[in-house]
Design a protein around this ligand. Sequence first.
Ligand code: SAM
Length: 286
Amino acid sequence: MNQSSATASGTLYVVATPIGNLNDITLRALEVLNQCDLVACEDTRHSMRLFQAHGITTKTVALHQHNEAKQSHKLIERLINGDDVALVSDAGTPLISDPGFPLLGLAHENNIKVVPIPGPSALIALLSVAAINTQPFVFHGFVPPKSKQRVAEFVSWLETTATHVYYESSHRIVASIEALIEVFGETAEVAMGRELTKTFEQIFTGTAIELLQLVESNNNHQKGEFVLAVLNKKPAVSDEIGSQPAALIAQLMPLLPPKTVAKVVADHYGLNKKQVYNFILRQATT
Ligand code: SAM
């Protein structure tokens, strides 16, 4: 594909591919995939479906998390020798919770020309339709799999004003929504995209408790691939609970679980239990 002199390096194209609907591919992506010398795929068999649908016959090689350290060096050799290489993942944009970081690092180190071929990404697809605040938004990749880490992860964002976006799988979607509720509250503004661009696409915007009810109301709503977004608003100074309740919390925390402390302190000072509990969670992160 490279028309310049034989010694010039090739170009590394980072090509976004569909997240479900095989027609979601740009004309430029098709051109690059057809004309490059080699396509590095996260899973060559998976990409074959897309290639067959669009008549792409370019040679492929696997580049996944288990071989990318070694494979990246081989691909850099090819690029240095003048071949054009395209990188694709199983779905969406490479490097967005997908392999490719070592390859791109080496490409930059070796002054290889790198060209993005932009296209779908599940997180952007959800944010584009959810009507949840997108400025600022923070993308965190997958929700941590273990319950303690999951809660700690969400708690660490309590001091921000931002929409936090996560990827989640069908196995843990209910647990993750429950953790969202525990940390951000039942009325937190959330959005969910399930099976985006696919036959059973489902898009939801509303409160966290409504989302839990929706997902639990039908087992089919727990199937497939998910993007979750939650809007956290940093508490205003007026949400602070005052020095006396804070002092009682400090005394009780070594003795009682946080939820019990929140109840005791809220009852004692006539405060809102959720407000006190959030205060306790915020203290834990600072
Ligand atoms: N690189 C991809 C991108 O740009 O979106 C993401 C790859 S990551 C390994 C896969 C995760 O993305 C899935 O587990 C799911 O959380 C999310 N995802 C991918 N496709 C999706 C879709 N069609 N609908 C909803 N979420 C999707």
